[in-house]
Design a protein around this ligand. Structure first.
Ligand code: GDD
Ligand code: MN
Length: 368
């Protein structure tokens, strides 16, 4: 009797995991008795030599494949790329730092096939789950993010307990169409996958024993949280408004506060009158928008060093037309319609948003 082993592709995204990756690869290859294993390590230009190290391993073992990318395109995009290249009938996605246990992944695969599901996720929040190496704050943050995610997703997915999980297993045939449409500007691949599949997938869960990281640090930072906020708003807005436009809009809203407070400060502390204070306040707000957009909205094309200064000048130039329009509009509004400094400025700001977004995407950060 011949035992047919199903082909299982395991996607391991890595960014600076040189010390963590070998024990994980070894454990995964040991599963070879039950599955025909393929490992896809998707590395984003790690600075610690992860890619070269994996390449050496791949030279000695055909089951290991390295996808080496230029630059840092992010976790969700690495996962998507790995999934699109996978040749198995089942794919598993897990962290490349050893925090997910291969045993849990195998449980997920068994659950997937036994119950004819499309997708099974490893949850840190089931009764049988355990979590090590996550701070109280982080766990609290995750459960808050989970609640928001549940609210924003299709009702068929409401029973799930860990929308933020980085551990998932899927039947590639049924899931690939959703994988193709995942918008990759973020960290949270699973959330995106659930959002784009709109309740169509049969999804289950298994308990995860989330382990502490042995070496290196977590890559979850402010920018990752920002991306998740944008994902939530994107989903709540029926995914009609481009993510970058949402981000640009939120940053713009912060610019409104900067402009309003700068005017107040200039007026009350330096004794300038409104018309004198306004142009300075607008330039201060535009510069603050530029810095924040560079760090968040356009961080994959982030400008640094001299280019950062050049970019600021370009941004001010691109924005100067609307800045003039902004000043002109606000001044006219102030003198003709109502001498209310706040209303006058809001009128100016709203008019220029669309121009700014379109023009600076194109000319400052060179996105199509
Ligand atoms: N290729 C690539 N590119 N890999 C990345 C990137 C990136 O930009 N950023 C992170 N990774 C890899 C890491 O090297 C690691 O293998 C895995 O993705 C998870 O990243 P961590 O930085 O270790 O995340 P974490 O442990 O803080 O977060 C965990 O919990 C989150 C939910 O709160 C992970 O399980 C996440 O996947 C999960 O979303
Ligand atoms: Mn981790």
């Amino acid at each position: 009797m011949s035992l047919i082993r199903e082909r299982l592709s395991v996607i391991l995204p890595t960014y600076n995991e040189r010390e963590n990756i070998l024990p994980l690869i070894t454990q995964l290859l040991d599963l070879g008795d039950s599955y025909e294993i393929e490992l896809l390590i998707v590395d984003d230009d790690s600075t610690d030599g992860t890619a070269d190290f994996v390449k050496e391993l791949a030279q000695g073992d055909q089951r290991i494949r390295l996808i080496r990318r230029i630059g840092r395109s992010g976790l969700a995009s690495a996962i998507k790329e790995g999934l699109l290249d996978a040749t198995g009938s089942i794919a598993a996605v897990m962290d490349g730092d050893g925090q997910h246990d291969p045993k849990d992944v195998i449980q997920a695969v068994t659950h997937l096939r036994k119950n004819k599901l499309d997708l099974v996720l490893g949850s840190r929040f089931l009764a049988r789950s355990s979590i090590q190496g996550l701070s109280q704050r982080r766990t609290g943050g995750s459960s808050m993010a989970n609640r928001l995610a549940r609210f924003s997703l299709h009702k068929n997915y409401r029973q799930l307990t860990d929308y933020m999980s980085g551990c998932l297993v899927m039947d590639l045939k049924t899931c690939l169409p959703s994988v193709f449409t995942v918008d990759v500007n973020g960290f949270k691949f699973l959330y995106e996958m659930l959002a784009v599949s709109q309740g169509q997938l049969k999804v289950g869960e298994v308990a995860l024993n989330f382990q502490a990281r042995k070496y290196g640090r977590s890559k979850l930072d402010m920018a990752v949280l920002w991306d998740f906020l944008i994902s939530l708003l994107h989903t709540l807005g029926l995914r009609l408004i481009p993510r970058r436009a949402i981000s640009f809009g939120l940053v713009g809203a912060s610019g409104i506060l900067v402009q309003l407070s700068a005017t107040q400060i200039l007026m009350s502390m330096l004794g300038l009158n409104f018309t004198k204070a306004l142009p300075y306040a607008v330039v201060i707000a535009a510069s603050s928008n530029y810095i924040i957009n560079n760090a968040l909205t356009f961080r994959t094309q982030r400008l640094t060093g001299f280019s950062l200064i050049k970019g600021l000048l370009k941004f001010l130039l691109v924005a100067s037309l609307p800045v003039l329009a902004n000043v002109g509009l606000a001044t006219t509004f102030y003198s003709i319609i109502s001498p209310n400094a706040i209303e006058a400025q809001i009128a100016g700001i709203v008019v220029v948003f669309v121009w700014n977004y379109a023009a600076s995407s194109r000319f400052v950060w060179n996105t199509p």
